[in-house]
Design a protein around this ligand. Structure first.
Ligand code: CDP
Length: 207
């Protein structure tokens, strides 16, 4: 069996939580592609090397750092993700992962459009800036990061703009992606919708 789920959407829309629930439910392999960009941003800052160099030398250890979800890395990751050389360094790893046998889930910004244009099912998860900022603010507070809602909101707006306006692989809904607006949904409700769509599609591919 081979089944690819592509999940895209802006910052803090709920992609990661939905993916984690899908992993639990279907036992598929999962790649959080945002983590790769975060690891490049962190390595580049820590080692004082160009993002292109950091991307071409990325190791498993770089993906294990505890600071990857810090706001400073979020900000930097959106910047370095505009560099075509960085994107192409990370592309082959993502494509290889998507070719694994069995079920796979990838989440990011360009999965349904560039990395896995032939995915079996694609989702574009979105929510209003206010809702996303609040979710991210609560997440950061929970991790002990000192910040405030206005700042988190500003960062999200800025990152959305960089991600959707860049020339290479911008954040955009694939035409065949299922749009799920999680603004007014609980995680359980959002997951239920995604789960139903996946079940239906799985049935089609393996009746
Ligand atoms: O968790 P959050 O949604 O805030 O971000 P993320 O998914 O961890 O991604 C961090 C950054 O990496 C994004 O703001 C994008 O600029 C970049 N990214 C990308 O360009 N392409 C991807 N497939 C995944 C992430």
């Amino acid at each position: 069996m081979k089944f690819v789920i592509a999940i895209d959407g802006p910052a803090a829309a709920g992609k990661g939580t939905i993916a984690a629930n899908l992993v639990k439910k279907f036992k598929f392999a999962y790649l959080d592609t945002g983590l790769l960009y975060r690891a490049v941003a962190s390595k580049s800052l820590d080692e004082g090397v160009k993002p292109e160099i950091a991307a071409s030398n990325l190791t498993q250890n770089d993906l294990m750092k505890s600071n990857l979800r810090d706001p400073v890395i979020s900000k930097e990751s959106s910047k370095i993700a505009t560099i075509p050389e960085v994107r192409s360094c990370l592309q082959s790893f993502q494509i290889e992962f998507s070719k694994k046998s069995g079920g796979v889930i990838l989440d990011g910004r360009d999965i349904g459009t560039v990395i896995c244009p032939d995915a079996d099912i694609k989702f574009f998860i979105c929510a209003t800036v206010q809702v996303r900022a609040r979710r991210r603010y609560i997440e950061l507070l929970g991790r002990g990061v000192k910040t405030n809602l206005a700042k988190v909101s500003e960062d999200i707006i800025r990152r959305d703009e960089i991600d959707s306006k860049r020339d290479h692989s911008p954040l955009i809904k694939a035409t065949d992606a299922i749009l799920i607006d999680t603004s007014l949904l609980s995680i359980e409700q959002a997951f239920k919708m995604v789960e139903e769509c996946v079940k239906k599609e799985l049935k089609k591919s393996d009746p």
